[in-house]
Each structure stands twice: as C-alpha cells, then as structure tokens.
Design a protein around this ligand. Structure first.
Ligand code: F6P
Length: 333
C-alpha cells in the first residue's frame, strides 16, 4: 500500500487544490514536527522527571505543569526562525510572542494551546496540542493582541495532535479534514484518515456532569432528554463519555460522532474553554467534517473575539444533535 505522508498531502493540497501556499505548508510542517517532540516528551512520563507542576500559574490563574511550559517552548522555538510567522499567541503567555528581529517575518499568526488537558498528564490519560492559523491583518508590522482578534471563520488552517495510545494529528486547510498517525520508527506522519466525516446523528454525549446544578435551562432539558432514553422524547438510549481532555473528546466525535458540551453556566459565566485557541480551531475542524459548533446562540466561527484569552460556551459535534440543542436556547439563556 502506498503511504502518503503529511508532506505529500500538503504538496498535493498546494499543487492540485491551490488551498495551501508554500509558506503555509512550511508553517504546518513545523508545527507538526514540534508535535513529534512534544509527543516524545509526553510519552516518557515519569522517566524524565517531567510530570507534575511547574510551580507557576498561567494568565488564567491555572497551575502550569512542567510539560505545559516545555511544550510551549518547543512550539515557540520551532516556529520563530522559519520566516512564515508574523507573531504567535499561546494559552501559556499573557501577551503575543514577537518574532525576534534576527529572523524574517511572514504573513501568518499562530495561536496555540501547547498541551490541552494537562490536568490529565500525571494520570496517563490522553492530552494534546491545538493550533489555529490566521492571516496577519494587512499593514500590521508589529502584531499586538488586536491583530489576533479575528472571528474563527477567518482561519486559514487549524489542527490538533492527540498524544494517546497512538499519536495522531487532525488537520484542516479549509478543504475537508484529514487524519494522520505518527509512525515513530520512520518519524513521519502518515495519512490514515483521508476524509473525516462526522455522522449527523448520535446517541453519545460528553459533558462534565458535576456542573449540573449550574446549567442553564436548555442544557438541562437536553441532558434530561438524553437520560430519559428510549422512552423519552428523543426515543433512544444515550451513552456518556467524558475524557476531560477536549482533544480526546473531539477526536472521538470525529471518529464515531457525538456531541461535546462545555456550555456557559452559572459558574462559568463566559464559558470554560478559550475561544481563540480551543473553540475556534475545533469549530473549524468540526464544520469541515460536516458537524456543527455553536455557543447556543451563535455559530462559534462567527463570534467576534474581544480579548486574547476570552472564554466561550461550546456545543459541538453531530449536526442534528447540535441543532437540536441550539433550538432549545432562547435569547435570555
Ligand atoms: O481547557 C482545558 C481542558 O482540560 C479541556 O481539554 C477539557 O475539556 C476541560 O478543560 C475539562 O475541564 P474540567 O475538568 O473543569 O471539566
């Protein structure tokens, strides 16, 4: 069987489909290469003494893990010198990271969540890296936070890696979604899912049930209906899955369908997940795979960001189910 690598896939997207420029191809390859080293560091677990906290907090006041800090550094270093980036922003840094003057600057902005789900590292559950690529606004020489405040619909590429039993990479350049698996011996990303499509219907939901007392009426109604099973209004028995690593939960939905919810609630008034480097890239990927993504009121890709580290409510996955839930929302919810 002929194996198609990430490089070949991108060259084909560039040559035949015209959706990838040389600069964007370099950017994606550099990010994917950085993900290989993060995967390597994560897979060593306790052997390298890298489990546990770094003793610092990130900008959202969350305790950073050693591997959060290392993954961030790996991605920054890998992306600084190539000439493809105008600036980078990360969950782990309060302000955008400027490209040092000794390197040329490019036309793209890169946003990253270097190690999503990092509370799962120490317990050996899947974690991952999420990234989103935007174009730097015309005429902006030194991109500050404002340059990054673009709705998700303007992304030119998005993807995420999952460091699980196997290491996988999911990618969209706006022409469908492809999945790659890391061949560790060869050191290459091999195309294993050429065209990922999310089934439109599902009987599997993912939500952190411990937030139930804080939920809004539409969320409560939907989950009650799921729990009512075959004899309830939805007419089927539902299963629940919650990994608590968004990368793993979304990967499952891309593989076999489902609905993932981290909605705004009485405790998470703005939502829990970050708009620019979690919700936006995942929404782009999910829509490109035929699914839907909303905050209940609005398509997530249309939300105009106001702050770099802004949070947002997220409901995404199998189209019919996501549309059902957003149909339950009223303007006041
Ligand atoms: O934003 C990081 C993250 O770990 C997501 O990957 C995950 O979906 C969520 O937080 C889980 O949060 P909690 O444990 O608060 O429900």
């Amino acid at each position: 069987m002929r194996r198609i690598t990430l490089t070949q896939y991108l060259v084909e997207q560039q040559r035949e489909k015209g959706v990838v420029s040389g600069e964007l191809r370099l950017l994606i390859e550099v990010v994917a290469r950085a993900c290989k080293s993060i995967s390597n560091a994560v897979s060593k677990g306790a052997l390298t003494g890298l489990l546990g906290g770094a003793g610092t907090d990130n900008v959202q006041g969350e305790a950073q893990k050693k591997l959060d800090v290392i993954s961030n550094e790996v991605l920054l270093e890998a992306n600084e010198w190539g000439g493809h980036l105008a600036a980078m922003a990360s969950e782990e840094m309060e302000h955008p990271h400027q490209i040092p003057n000794r390197y040329p600057r490019g036309e793209f902005l890169l946003l990253i969540d270097p190690l999503d789900g990092s509370s799962n590292i120490d317990v050996n559950v899947s974690v991952g890296t999420i990234f989103s690529v935007l174009r730097c606004p015309e005429g902006v020489k030194d991109p500050d936070e404002k340059a990054f405040l673009q709705p998700g619909a303007r992304q030119v590429a998005a993807g995420f890696a999952v460091y699980g039993p196997s290491t996988t990479l999911v990618l969209t350049v706006g022409n469908g979604v492809a999945g790659f698996t890391l061949d560790r011996e060869m050191g290459s990303w091999v195309l294993t899912q050429p065209k990922i499509e999310i089934p439109v219907d599902t009987a599997e939901f993912a939500i952190n049930m411990s937030n139930m007392r804080n939920w809004s009426a539409p969320v409560k109604r939907y989950i009650d209906e799921c729990l009512a099973g075959k004899n309830g209004p939805l007419g089927k028995d539902y299963n629940m899955r919650w990994v608590a690593s968004m990368v793993a939960d979304v990967y499952r939905i891309l593989t076999r369908g489902g609905i993932f919810m981290y909605p705004q609630d009485a405790k998470h008034k703005e939502g829990r997940l970050r708009l620019l480097y979690e919700a936006s890239p995942m929404s782009f990927i999910v829509e490109q795979a035929g699914g839907a993504a909303t905050n209940g009121h609005q398509r997530l890709l249309d939300v105009q960001p106001e702050r770099l580290h802004q949070r947002v409510g997220v409901i995404l996955g199998s189209r019919n189910e996501v549309e059902r839930v957003s149909g339950y929302y009223k303007p006041a919810d």
